[in-house]
Design a protein around this ligand. Structure first.
Ligand code: GLC
Length: 534
């Protein structure tokens, strides 16, 4: 599954923001790369307070991305090329520009219009304090006070994300009915499924109890034994059972994929029980340290958790919310997951990062289950780690008062042609986020048909993955030295060396693909993964 971030994939009209016709024009790239399906981040009408994750109309296309007819064309063209299309569904919150919220603001406290969201009276004198201690994932309080229709200071509304993203009240049957209708709208247009944004957030603990953030304050998931009152409440599962029934009433295969920052793996697995969603992103895998024991543990745990409910395990290393893995893995071992990297921050080691990213990718693409790729990683693209802070657009940057750089560095428009304006992203120099000066070397046209290029490694891996049925295979570990991971999947032996010294492959194995050159005597050097025929 290949994630397209429409703002940054391909810009046909030259306004510096990618668009749906741009994606349609480049579908050939995805076929050549060898993916099965694409997931499109939101392209719906939106004030873009959170790059489109603030949806004002769930049944249309924002003019910056095109028209509804362009979505139809994209779906049709993708299907004609054998690609499935998954769209993003954002049910936890609407945009503050959504007609429902506009209506709610104009209506008095206690009105049916306000009941669609989470409005509460404040605490303290005259209700001047927020109703509880919850904080926005992007920084600051999770509540904003609004005036009553008569202009006097009134109630507060909940927004677990930006002020422009009011949380919906999922206890209300009307909200549920509306989203089932939205699902039907896109299923009727032919989409193959949905990636469900913040799937662990829809239902809140009824008493909205205070929460004192014992650990990483802005993390979406709880740690073992403590479940925050705003995340992973048991009530969400009923919603996904309803949606599953709805999807199953459509012909063909349609899927639901959960974005749920939930730990441990067993709690996450509940989202993919047989009558719920089909897959859930495995963020524990994304967050795991680059060491043999950490990788062994997370792979083993992930497989066991999803096997227990009969769902495919998933694997992901990058997306539009995290530092790209070619940079993340170039940070010193033990660095906690950064929320963006800026010019003043310690910089990743680009060479080490790319080397490890390639090894991690080959390790991932050999695992049984579903693998998710994020646009640009097939080019070995690093994070933009020196972006001018003035150029930042992620609300995280402002809401955290500059404490968190945020996610712009992984969202920069991707390079297609080394010598073209905006590296071929669009016909002009315009790019909604600045592209780093050094990106020509990552451009697709510098890598196609170049032996050893990251792009060619991805292509070869995806082809072998298909040929050897690795996605549907079974993993069995092979005993090795402490710093090495080795497993079999079907007729392949996969070896990753995390240690300093090279390791030999067993006699008689024939290397098929490796993430870096092998030693002159065939040994696997540090931070290299090899696929070999066993
Ligand atoms: C998800 C999206 C992220 C967005 C947030 C709020 O985590 O992946 O980009 O900011 O939800 O919708």
């Amino acid at each position: 599954m290949y994630q397209i971030y429409p703002r940054s994939f391909s810009d046909i009209d030259g306004d510096g923001i990618g668009d749906l016709p741009g994606i349609t024009a480049r579908l050939g790239h995805l076929v050549e790369l060898g993916v099965d399906a694409v997931w499109l981040s939101p392209f719906y009408p939106s004030p873009q307070a959170d790059a489109g994750y603030d949806v004002a109309d769930y049944r249309d296309v924002d003019p910056i991305f095109g028209r509804l007819a362009d979505a139809d064309e994209l779906i049709a063209q993708a299907h004609a090329r054998g690609l499935r299309v998954i769209v993003d569904l954002v049910p936890n919150h609407t945009s503050s520009a959504h007609p429902w919220f506009v209506e709610a603001l104009a209506a008095p406290a206690g009105s049916p219009a306000r009941a669609r969201y989470v409005f509460r009276d404040g605490r303290g004198t005259d209700g001047a304090e927020p109703p509880n201690t919850w904080r926005s994932v992007f920084g600051g309080p999770a509540w904003t006070r609004v005036p009553d229709p008569d202009g006097r200071p009134g109630q507060w509304y909940l927004h677990l994300f930006d002020v422009g993203q009011p949380d919906l009240n999922w206890d209300l049957p009307e909200v549920r009915a509306e989203f089932e209708d939205v699902l039907r709208f896109w299923l009727d247009r032919g989409v193959d499924g949905f990636r469900v944004d913040v799937a662990h957030g829809l239902v809140k603990q009824a008493d909205l109890a205070d929460w004192h953030y014992p650990e990483e304050p802005l993390s979406g998931g709880g740690s073992e034994g403590v479940r925050p009152p705003m995340w992973d409440q048991d009530g969400v599962h009923e919603i996904y059972r309803d949606w599953r029934r709805l999807l199953d009433s459509y012909p063909g295969e349609r899927i639901l994929v959960a974005e749920a920052w939930v730990q441990p793996a067993e709690r996450l697995a509940a989202y993919v029980r047989p009558d719920e969603m089909h897959q859930a992103f495995n963020f524990e895998y994304l967050l795991a340290a680059w060491t043999a024991p950490a990788q062994y543990a997370v792979i083993t745990r992930s497989l066991a958790a999803t096997d227990a409910v009969g769902a495919p395990t998933t694997w992901v290393l990058s997306n539009h919310d995290v530092v790209r893995h070619a940079s993340r893995l170039g940070l010193p071992p033990g660095t906690p997951k950064p929320n963006g990297i800026g010019a003043g921050d310690p910089q990743p080691d680009a060479a080490v990062g790319l080397r490890r990213a390639r090894a991690a990718t080959l390790l991932m693409l050999a695992l049984p289950g579903s693998a998710y790729l994020y646009q640009g990683e097939e080019l070995g693209l690093p994070e933009h780690t020196t972006m001018d802070d003035d150029a930042r657009q992620d609300p995280t940057w402002k809401r955290s008062g500059g404490a968190e750089r945020g996610r712009d560095g992984c969202r920069v428009p991707i390079p297609w042609e080394a010598d073209a304006p905006s590296y071929g992203f669009g016909p002009t120099d315009a790019s909604w986020l600045p592209q780093p000066a050094l990106w020509a070397e990552y451009a697709l046209d510098r890598q196609r048909e170049v032996a050893g290029a990251t792009y060619e490694m991805y292509r070869a891996a995806l082809m072998l993955r298909r040929e050897h049925g690795l996605g549907r295979g079974t993993l069995s570990w092979v005993d090795t030295a402490d710093d090495v991971l080795a497993f079999r999947n079907g007729d392949l032996l996969v070896v990753t060396n995390f240690g300093a010294d090279p390791v030999g492959l067993p006699a008689g194995t024939q290397p098929l693909l490796s993430s870096g050159p092998l030693d002159s005597d065939g040994g696997v050097p540090t931070d290299v993964t090899v696929w070999a025929r066993a």
